[in-house]
Design a protein. Structure first.
Length: 106
């Protein structure tokens, strides 16, 4: 697990919060494939993810056009459909502009 190394703001965050069903049916490999694919998309800046019952994945993007292109990617669309049909009982996606960030590192 790592904290994404993002550039100076402003940039955009896509916050995907989800509750899973009991079905696994290839979720792990698909999740890894989607992260690898997202990393190759123009405008991708980084990703952070955690799951302990509730799953939260935040991906960071340079602009709204890059987010729209990622949402429309055919492989991502197939994963979204499988998610609605099999893996998720509920999810919510939020898109927010990051105006300020700061941190600490030991």
């Amino acid at each position: 697990m790592t904290v994404a190394d993002t550039p100076e703001p402003p940039y955009w965050a896509v916050i995907f919060t989800s509750l899973r069903t009991e079905s696994d049916d290839g979720y792990g490999p698909m999740s890894e494939a989607m992260e690898a694919l997202a990393r190759r998309q123009p405008g991708f800046l980084g990703v952070e993810s955690a799951r302990e019952g509730l799953g939260i994945t935040v991906s960071y993007w340079s602009d709204l056009d890059s987010i729209a292109a990622w949402k429309a990617d055919l492989r991502h669309l197939a994963a979204q459909e499988k998610g609605r049909a099999t893996w998720y009982s509920r999810y919510k996606t939020r898109i927010a502009r990051v105006e300020k960030d700061y941190g600490f590192e030991r």
